[in-house]
Design a protein around this ligand. Structure first.
Ligand code: AQP
Length: 341
């Protein structure tokens, strides 16, 4: 099969409106969204249908959708170039999600580690939607025949599943290359930003400890305090990258510095070799404040005009629907679902 050859080179990605964007979302995903606009047609979604796989307060969810839109804009996602919208406004996501439920196999979903992590011990009480989350994610991507998906490393398994679903559809219905097999785009320097309190856990919106993450809305004092209190070990910084191997917290902070400053980890290790955290942490805090401060300000500026945000979401949804509607129509046709109007 000529993988994706005749398809438009298109990027799709999404973030859940489940709370403030944090440094992991920014470095692992959204910063990359901005850069990709130069080379691809981009579709950036606020995946509110994914958010409701766990209970959300309606007012909080509505606010979070607009806040996430403001964060996209503040980070540099450009509504002139890219479609920015929330998923529930484009019905093709849910429609294709159902179709793909009939393609995906239970055995495939049973292997998804994110479900196991998010459902915890009491899986019987998890929603069916949480279990089915990766199939809806596949629908998000395939509705646009996206060829590239910028994500953090935690989402890699879901993109592999999406490829399996796309390939099975293509094979089952003998429509070679109907769906492209999308490629994950993972930024290596910040593929997995870890919690500031525990170097073995990823930084996450749902971590109960706010000190575990840097939110894009944090002010300079909060950022400096969180970095000052970040868990570390008593050793000075090593003079080689290998020296970070058994030191997850040190590796995380050095990785964050490198990603924020667009440097390699090697360059940061060389600069701070033998220095104590008492020297490194203030440098990291200054850098984080310099990079994130303007984003927080921009976000507030956008949030002062909610009707403008709603307008962007409405236009983005129209643009997205114009791509997804014919794709879903074709899917129905291929499968023999009769349309008489
Ligand atoms: N710690 C991270 N490091 C690098 N990338 C990350 N991403 C998330 N956390 C990190 C990437 O951000 C994008 C959007 O993620 P999401 O909010 O849709 O879902 P998530 O991965 O479940 O993120 P959270 O913060 O952990 O949210 P909650 O706590 O609500 O589940 C994805 O590309 C993701 O890889």
């Amino acid at each position: 099969m000529t993988e994706g050859k005749q398809h438009v080179q298109r990027v799709f990605s999404g973030v859940q409106p489940t709370g403030n964007l944090h440094l992991g979302n920014y470095l692992g995903a959204v910063r990359n969204f901005v850069r990709l606009q130069d080379d691809y047609e981009c579709v950036y979604c606020i995946v509110d249908l994914h958010a409701i796989t766990v209970r959300q307060e309606p007012e909080t969810l509505r606010r979070s959708i607009r806040e996430l839109a403001a964060a996209y804009l503040a980070c540099g996602v450009d509504p002139q170039r890219s479609a920015i919208f929330n998923q529930s406004q484009v019905s093709q996501h849910a429609e294709l999600g159902w179709v793909l439920n009939c393609i995906a196999r239970m055995g495939w979903l049973n292997r998804m580690t994110q479900f196991k992590e998010k459902a915890g011990k009491d899986r019987e009480k998890a929603s069916v939607g949480l279990y089915d989350y990766p199939v809806l994610q596949a629908a998000d991507i395939l509705a646009y025949r996206a060829t590239h998906v910028p994500i953090g490393e935690d989402q890699k398994q879901h993109i592999e599943l999406c490829r399996d679903i796309a390939a099975k559809f293509n094979n089952d219905y003998e429509v070679e290359d109907f769906f492209p097999l999308p490629e994950p785009l993972i930024q290596s320097a910040a593929a997995r930003v870890m919690s500031l309190r525990d170097g073995s856990k990823k930084m996450s919106k749902s971590d109960p400890s706010d000190a575990s993450r840097i939110n894009l809305t944090d002010d300079a004092d909060q950022i400096a305090k969180k970095i000052r209190k970040a868990k570390t070990d008593p050793e000075p910084l090593p003079d080689t990258v290998e020296g970070l191997e058994e030191r997850p917290e040190a590796r995380n902070l050095v990785g964050i510095y490198a990603a924020l400053n667009d440097q390699s980890v090697e360059a940061v290790v060389t600069e701070f070799a033998g220095k104590q955290f008492g020297t490194f942490k203030p440098a990291l805090a200054d850098l984080a404040v310099a990079k994130l401060g303007p984003i927080a300000e921009e976000m507030q500026r956008h949030l002062a005009d909610l009707s403008h945000i709603d307008e962007i979401l409405a236009k983005g949804a129209e643009r997205a629907e114009a791509i997804a509607e014919p794709v879903v129509r074709e899917v129905y046709d291929v499968m023999g679902l009769l349309r008489t109007r």
